[in-house]
Design a protein around this ligand. Sequence first.
Ligand code: IPE
Ligand code: IPE
Ligand code: MG
Length: 249
Amino acid sequence: MFGSSTRDVPEVRNVPRHIAVIMDGNGRWAKKRFLPRVAGHKKGLDAVRETVTACKELGVEYLTLFAFSTENWRRPQDEVSFLMDLFIRALEHEVNKLHSNNIRLKVLGSRERFSAELAERIQAAEDKTAGNDGLVLSIAADYGGRWDVLNAVNELIADGASAITEDMLAQRLSTSWAPEPDLFIRTGGEQRISNFLLWQLAYSELYFTDLLWPDFDRQALEQAIDSYRSRERRFGRTSEQLPEALRRN
Ligand code: IPE
Ligand code: IPE
Ligand code: MG
């Protein structure tokens, strides 16, 4: 169980242990090519594959990808249906590969609004890969940061808690088994969190790129990690208080 970066100072490593990504810009990628928006989502899956492989090879331990937000249900019905189908097909075709690469798959978010078929495939994929101890790949789908915090609080209330501590809350979040993200990446040029991991990003290094998600590749990931390495992670302390190896100034 991992604690909270506002209570304990986490270890800082050269390669981020946990990377969280908002994969944005699929629609614009397609529009630029006079293709329907959904062609961008399809192409985005290639970028997911490349990013997963690169993270595994670089020694990243946790990769969390935002695939569908609680707000994305507001999109046109045919785009939502396409995304749900794409998710089903991706689970169908990719899980064996993930499994043979020792990758553990987790899906974060509420499953109540998913079709029975999708919910079953998610469960089966999680069960199949549960014993793997390589990269943990989390897909946030029907996920919202506010949903996550409220869900945790409601669970604690249901268990009779009256005063809630940071550690109690962190242990009920959908990412309770992971350290908080060291590096947050958002593609597509927007500089906002869009209700992703609100609690967990408290001390993450933020990295924004104008690259559209379907164009994101290993080189782009390495650039983000290079930027991360240039940061001084102080967690409230002064630069002088940091061990020499972690000082950047
Ligand atoms: C991100 O790309 C994928 C999802 C939100 C599912 P977008 O579909 O938001 O692409 P843009 O932002 O419209 O270009
Ligand atoms: C955020 O992208 C959600 C995902 C990438 C899944 P959006 O494109 O939906 O974000 P906003 O609404 O423009 O902030
Ligand atoms: Mg977008």
